[in-house]
Design a protein around this ligand. Sequence first.
Ligand code: SF4
Ligand code: FES
Length: 251
Amino acid sequence: MSENTFNLDGSPVPFEPGQTVLQAALAADRYIPHLCYHPEFKPHGSCKVCTVKVGGRTAASCTFPAQAGLIIESNTEEMNALRRTLVQMLFAEGNHFCPSCEKSGNCLLQALGYDLGVTTAGFRHMFPDRPVDASHPDLWIDFNRCILCELCVRASCEVDGKCVFALSGRGITKNLVVNSPSGLLGDTDISPDDKAAHVCPVGAILPKRVGFAVPIGERRFDLSPISAQALADAPRSQTPAQPCSSCEGSE
Ligand code: SF4
Ligand code: FES
């Protein structure tokens, strides 16, 4: 095995210094399922869908630094069963009614569920009763669909420079909040052109007046599965985004 190479499911993956295991795998056309990772943002490590076994111990591959000689197991029945359970928990925790959701066919959670063979939520649905905020003239938020990935939080602060969103609470009480005196989106300066308005992987933050502009059946993940799209989206050769300092190497 060459110096900058690790072993993923029995075959070598090259990496550049500074890449995480997930970044190196995707750049080498090797898919590891993931949800909260976005190639334009620092890995955050919140969903754990990207969990792999590194030398027999579980680790989030989106934050685990690639190192020479690592032995990594990913596409195994054990790891995929763990991922199915995590996805099922997300479906059970929120209100994800795919057939009536505008995001259907463009939703990472739905696409991941299909790719992993999730057929039921597997747990009793919690049917949360969270607000729907339609106070903004061009955008609306359904908090019942939020999976707490923090992508809108990071996009609003790091790209838009507005910090419109934040996460509040811990554990089961953790929730997305809007940074305005009223707590309403209409009282912020978010714009439909902002990165935060487009980064939501599910149907929690959506633009108004464009519902079902593209018919169901012709949308992104209707055309090819998330495993293929993630490989197509992966940066090939660039300075990789670094793991955030609070979650580097988290398990
Ligand atoms: S609203 Fe969307 S982008 Fe923001 S934390 Fe929830 S799921 Fe993630
Ligand atoms: S992709 Fe969410 S923890 Fe790695």
